[in-house]
Write a protein that binds this ligand. Sequence first.
Ligand SMILES: [Mg+2]
Length: 255
Amino acid sequence: MYQFERRITAVIFDLDDTLIDWSGQEIHGAAIGQRHLRQVYTYLTAQGHALPDEEDFLDCFGEVLVRLWQQAKLTWAGVSLAQVIAQTLQESGLGAHQFDMDELLRVYNWQPVPGVRPYPDAIPTLQTLRQQGYKLGLITNAMQPMWMRDVELETYGLLPYLDARVTSGDTGYMKPHPAIYERVLNMLAIQPAQAVFVGDRPENDIAGANTAGLTSVLISPPHLNYELNGIKPDYAIERLSELLPILAGLEVRSG
Ligand SMILES: [Mg+2]
């Protein structure tokens, strides 16, 4: 009788356009954050702070957001929402004030983006992987703290399946920087060779997983078409359920 020794013990996912489908998003770009920043604006003006006109304040936020992400991508540093808000306040003339950033982040009141949904096979696939004994993780290049994105995961019913989760905003590094993969590998108490990483962006998800020593799986949802630019995923799939036979094939037969 053969025994199967499992080499892969964890599956780590990207979030956006991997577990959740942005093809139907009803709000785009900086407008996603601006609708939440309005609540911060209202809160600060109610406290008596002199702010620019609301639309100028929102425009400033949009500009700061783009600028800080562009700078961060030069070194794959992680931008945090707290940094973006602090810089926006500074450039709006409120730099000398001390703000309770945790409070401002609560007032920001992050919510799921209208029109975004989990892929239909996301929960069934996570359920099966969990039943098969895999540890599950998540790494997202997002400026929000993880607790904010957990609000979405909870709404979509994904939260209970994901044991270890990080955002680039919390970590200070974004994919493909190896440090963000190492963070989750440490949380899961595993080595890189024990993990599969699944994501949709070759230059972030796949290049990073390859460098960090994980087995990489590129998922290509129908509404996206990224160039590989020479980056080679170990596997390529079109839907999450295709992971199951790949993982079965990675089990090592011994004995
Ligand atoms: Mg993605």
